[in-house]
Design a protein around this ligand. Structure first.
Ligand code: SF4
Ligand code: FES
Length: 272
């Protein structure tokens, strides 16, 4: 009986460049290295896509479609396909991003990140009434997803619709690791990393633990306990085991990237 060989890659064009990409990858994931710029505030390579900011929109055309017909899709959520044509900076794409940025500038007028992005697209002033707030949260959900990825679930989206906000309803669950604040695209989470051996975030104060030999800050007491407990739960009792665990977790990539961004020494979560 003959076996059908299925290809693991697909071929597409992005702004006219021929690209070979792994099947199942999202368009946004295959753009690094191509010299194209897609604003993507709610995406992070270490987290599942969420599609909240709508800035990563691109235009696509599938094989067989009429030449004049194209569609706008969010590139962080749209999988590559054989023969797909993608445009990341067409007039239609730029116009769509302008509309989103106009809205975001009204929603978080204090955000430098949004203002700079708006300027890049020629939106220097919002055409909507500005919300009277210093908060720069755009509800991208990165902090919620990152906290879940490291195994804490301390951060949650509260309320609904325009009143939605993020908070830490159970302060005990927060371990002061700073993953949320470091990944926040609009720097909306205030914190003090190290103030005389103390760290403050989400209205909570933590003691920092310092390596006796190097003087380097290792993390908060709660963070170190979290890592120790997870290692113990997995039966990892000695440093050698921890090294093997690190290598294993690296294969999953997700938390490794998270812990790297957060300046955390050990990868601490296997997401899948
Ligand atoms: S605080 Fe930052 S990371 Fe969290 S939802 Fe708001 S913008 Fe996103
Ligand atoms: S990065 Fe795709 S919607 Fe935000």
């Amino acid at each position: 009986m003959s076996k059908t060989k299925t290809s693991k890659t697909v071929h597409l064009t992005i702004d006219g460049q021929n690209v070979e990409a792994p099947k199942g990858a999202m368009i946004l994931d295959v753009t690094p290295g191509l010299g194209v710029e897609i604003p993507s505030l709610c995406a992070h390579p270490g987290l599942e896509p969420f599609g909240a900011c709508r800035l990563c929109v691109v235009e696509i055309q599938k094989p067989g479609w009429d030449d004049w017909y194209k569609q706008l899709v969010t590139s962080c959520l749209f999988q590559v396909e054989e023969g797909l044509k993608v445009w990341t900076n067409s007039d239609e794409v730029r116009q769509n991003r302008k509309v989103v940025l106009d809205l975001l500038m009204a929603r978080v007028p204090a955000s430098d990140v949004i203002r700079d992005l708006g300027n890049q697209y020629g939106v220097t002033k919002t055409s909507y009434a500005e919300v009277d707030t210093e908060d720069t949260c755009i509800m991208c959900d990165i902090c919620v997803r990152a906290c879940h990825a490291i195994g804490r679930d301390a951060i949650a989206s509260m309320s609904r619709g325009p009143d939605k906000y993020v908070d830490v309803p159970d302060k005990d669950a927060c371990i002061g690791c700073l993953v949320c604040a470091n990944l926040c695209p609009t720097n909306a989470i205030p914190f003090t990393a190290n103030d005389n051996g103390k760290r403050r975030i989400w209205g909570k104060e933590f003691d920092l633990v310092t390596d006796e030999r190097s003087g380097e800050v290792l993390g908060t007491t709660e963070y170190i306990e979290h890592v120790r407990k997870r290692a113990e739960d997995k039966g990892l009792l000695c440093p050698e085991d921890m090294k093997h665990e690190s290598a294993r977790v690296k294969r999953y990539g997700y938390a490794q990237k998270l812990s790297h961004v957060a300046d955390v020494e050990e990868p601490i979560e296997e997401v899948k």
